[in-house]
Write a protein that binds this ligand. Structure first.
Ligand SMILES: Cc1ncc(COP(=O)(O)O)c(C=O)c1O
Length: 365
């Protein structure tokens, strides 16, 4: 089967990983610190804190800003993490409609009320959310969910807090993991000094061992979560960061080749450019039949996303019409990852052309 996404690491990273495993410490320690420093430099943020997932980062973002209760506005075109953290922090989640082409939250559709306490905007598929336009309408906490935008130039530069994902199918995969970046010193100090990533314990075991005299004693003054990253994953992260440019280039090449191949197919609308190409998600007629046909021919496809507004649990967050979100019925994500070979991509293109040539499909409405 030709996969939609496929994580890879290189030989150098494997060797670094062995060194970390043999170093005598591979929990939360020096590699995590190094990864935080390098990542902050890469995205141009003052502060970075590595965590166990983007979900954890989003939850912590609300916690450090002391936002609980009130309304959280977000997009339905996302994975459940973006909305669930609102519920975890006792907030009332409301969906805002999207731009049907970028698939990002449409700031024009925002309805801000006195209850609105935070907005989480997703850089959908790697295309930047319009934080400036959101800021014009809302002066409260804006969190950027950059799970797909690692690294789109400009991501992480405008929101109050940005949350990143290194989960297995993301553009910089390390297995599972996330990062918070911010330029806000107060938020950073809370993250570092209140033990929010380790159940309220302020100093990690590694930090206490590193001090002149090891002390087993510690105090707990806050309620925290168990969200820290470990050195094994940070070592992979450091390796992946070095090859991020090269991996992104390959994905962009694949994006351009699909766009060129499909430009004359009337039943397909190619996606708006994405720098990271987290997903190559096109709009197409007969989406489900095409997906089935490709699957029968050994080609996996997916849908990013079946919106949360279609999920039973999340119907309660639909408080206004979401007409543009209907575009999801036409969305199909094709194989796009840096391990995809030219021959594999040629086969995907050939089969899609065959599908539309053989059938009497109407053009895309
Ligand atoms: C837009 C978005 N936000 C957040 C997440 C959650 O990321 P993680 O798996 O690192 O918690 C995902 C993962 O699929 C995502 O697509």
């Amino acid at each position: 089967m030709i996969q939609v996404c496929k994580p890879t690491i290189n030989q150098e990273t494997k060797e670094e990983l062995l060194k970390t495993l043999d170093s005598g410490w591979f929990g939360n320690g020096p590699k995590v610190k190094e990864f935080e420093t390098e990542f902050a430099k890469y995205v141009g943020a003052k502060y970075a804190v590595a965590v166990s997932s983007c979900t954890a980062a989003l939850d912590l973002a609300l916690m450090v800003a002391n936002v609980k209760d009130g309304e959280l506005i977000t997009t339905p075109m996302t994975f459940v993490s973006t909305a669930i953290v609102g519920e975890w922090n006792n907030m009332d989640v409301t969906f805002c409609d999207i731009d049907p082409d970028t698939l990002c939250l449409d700031p024009e559709k925002l309805v801000i009320t006195p209850q609105t306490k935070a907005i989480i905007a997703v850089d959908s598929h790697g295309r930047l959310a319009d934080i400036d336009a959101i800021r014009k309408k809302f002066d409260g906490l804006i969190i950027e969910d950059a799970a797909h935008a690692c690294y789109t130039p400009g991501a992480g530069s405008k929101a109050d807090i940005t949350c990143w994902s290194f989960q297995a199918v993301k553009t910089m995969p390390i297995g599972d993991g996330g990062m918070i970046t911010t330029n806000n010193e107060q938020y950073y100090n809370r993250l570092k000094n209140e033990g929010l990533t380790w159940l309220g314990v302020v100093k990690s075991t590694w930090e206490r061992v590193g001090e002149k005299k090891y002390t087993w004693d510690y105090d707990i003054q806050n309620l925290g979560k168990k969200y820290y990253m470990i050195d094994i994953l940070a070592t992979i992260g450091l390796g992946q960061l070095k090859r991020l440019g090269e991996m992104t280039q390959r994905r962009q090449f694949i994006q351009a080749k699909y766009n060129e191949a499909f430009k004359d197919i009337k039943q397909i609308k190619v996606p708006v450019f994405s720098h990271t190409v987290q997903y190559y998600t096109m709009q197409c007629e007969n989406r489900d039949d095409l997906g089935q046909f490709l699957s029968e021919n050994g080609i996996a496809t997916s849908v990013h996303f079946k919106p949360l507004s279609e999920m039973t649990y999340w119907k309660k967050a639909v408080k206004r019409p979401l007409p543009n979100t209907k575009v999801w019925e036409k969305l199909l994500s094709l194989p796009c990852h840096n391990a995809l070979t030219d021959a594999e991509q040629d086969l995907v293109i050939y089969k899609i052309k065959e599908f539309y040539d053989k059938r009497d499909n109407p053009p895309l409405a």
